[in-house]
Design a protein around this ligand. Sequence first.
Ligand code: PBG
Ligand code: ZN
Length: 345
Amino acid sequence: MKETVAAELDKTSNKYVLPRVTPDMRMRRLRSKAPLRAMVRETHLRLEQLIYPFFIVEGKGIKTPIKSMPGIHQQSIDEMLKEAEEAVNLGLSAVLLFGIPSSKDSQASGAWSDDGIVQRATRELKKRFPDLMVIADTCLCEYMDHGHCGLVHDGKVLNDPSLEILARSAVSQAAAGADIIAPSDMMDGRIAAIRAALDANGFENIPIMAYSAKFSSALYGPFREAAESAPQFGDRKSYQMDPANGREALREVELDIQEGADIVMIKPALPYLDVISQTRNLTKLPIAAYNVSGEYSMVKAAAANGWIDEQKVVMECLTGIVRAGADLVITYHAKDVAQWLKQPG
Ligand code: PBG
Ligand code: ZN
């Protein structure tokens, strides 16, 4: 540590005499030239880290814009395949599938039926783009008439009985060809249940990406419009985490790892960078971060108003998520970012 010397006032010139600036104080040296800045840059967002979500509906030729998420659509399988081709041509490695079934019920039968919307979309995707990693979101809310992520009885979301349906959904998604199973329901014990069911059905090599620390966030608002999955009564606070709880998030991560998670996820991303960073210190497993719908909508709205530079803000946000410790980033900006990484602005 250098001793700090106070500036003295020179009586004759009436100017402060400053202590000599010592060489190790010159942080600006490495910032002086662009190539030099690039050489010492610590964090690089890579194409391979990005995961792009799809919202798939029944029908043909359907491509319905989601108002609160400019650039994102609900689309039928044929339209989704066109966008998947675009994603592949841009160099993206992975997509995350959400299904919106034409009818919902109290058993979420659309979630585990072999000809469910995600199962069919997965088969089509894997047939055309075998190298594109298909990640199946495993949850029940889009398929339940009440919109909750588990079975409901007497106004309560049941934990243990929901595990069997979740496990059944995961197995049918794996059977359809999903490369990764991503449970987002937040029921206790679901990772163990799904792991056991996958193994029992010959899918011991299919990894689980667990939405481990999924907070009960107001930033999911636009997604619920996209996935038509808003709860019809109450909220998700009895199963999703309280946004104020960081230590509890680490317990969730630890539990999911014990139960057999291969990748752990923190969601949302930007308000929870501390949780990502602490998770980085807790585990050697890959960490995914979900830059959720509300985070996307806020940036798009500000950019549409000309208030911010969209490209620079998106790159800064996503680089920050990676700097905090995320290996994978799920983001609706993925196609744009792929383009920008090819031709930096
Ligand atoms: C549902 C699910 C949600 C998201 C992913 N899976 C919303 C919710 O829990 O209500 C949110 C994703 C986003 O906002 O982009 N299990
Ligand atoms: Zn859900």
